[in-house]
Design a protein around this ligand. Sequence first.
Ligand SMILES: C[S@@+](CC[C@H](N)C(=O)[O-])C[C@H]1O[C@@H](n2cnc3c(N)ncnc32)[C@H](O)[C@@H]1O
Length: 229
Amino acid sequence: MTVSRIRKRDESLLFLKQLIKNPKSLGAVVPSSPMLADFICSHVPILDGHLVVEIGAGTGRFTQALLRVGVKPENLAVLELDPDMCNFLKQNFPHINVIEGNASDLHTLLPEAWIGKVGTIISGIPMVNLSIEDQSGIISSSFEVLNDVGSFLQFTYGPISPLPTKKLGLKKKRLGHIFLNFPPATVWRYWKQPMIQGIHKQERKTEKFDKIREFVGFKPRLLAREEND
Ligand SMILES: C[S@@+](CC[C@H](N)C(=O)[O-])C[C@H]1O[C@@H](n2cnc3c(N)ncnc32)[C@H](O)[C@@H]1O
């Protein structure tokens, strides 16, 4: 499939209309540059069955780059809040699942088979313009659809992380800075410690204590109660 060419004049008009209508939600004066789009999409693993979700797709600059780097249309779902932007995406990317809706409802909007199976989420949503409640809604919905080792990619124009990682329980890494964008942008990766590791750690700790208890002849309270029942 050839990557659909976004019609430049229509794109500029739509962006301008959205800038006047809802500047806070748009969070930019022009669409992202191809350099930023290529950089952020170069961090998506191109593996068989690796599902990718783009949120806040706007006019589809990242969508185009995702197809360019080799993500298969059937492995890509694109979400956008604004109905006009959404129609534009549907017209320009007819082979992709384009969904209209809020990223905080991602877990209810994606096909059921995708829940917990997504490998990467790419976000174009201006997170710095959102309240902590809204950020938290988007992040919890995103990590509900991501698999255990999945990650969340986000760009920002500011020098610091656009998401408060401690409050949201995330790990972060700055992936790079793109000067050839207006304004220059930084790309971040966020992820959660895989649950399984936490469980293993806890199990190892319990096993260690059980061995000590066994050695000193002490029965764990729960076990002693079970034996008495
Ligand atoms: C800066 S534009 C990014 C567009 C494109 N990704 C790019 O980089 O050129 C941000 C987009 O996020 C969308 N958006 C904002 N909040 C959203 C939300 N809660 N859920 C889904 N999309 C949202 C806006 O409608 C807008 O199209």
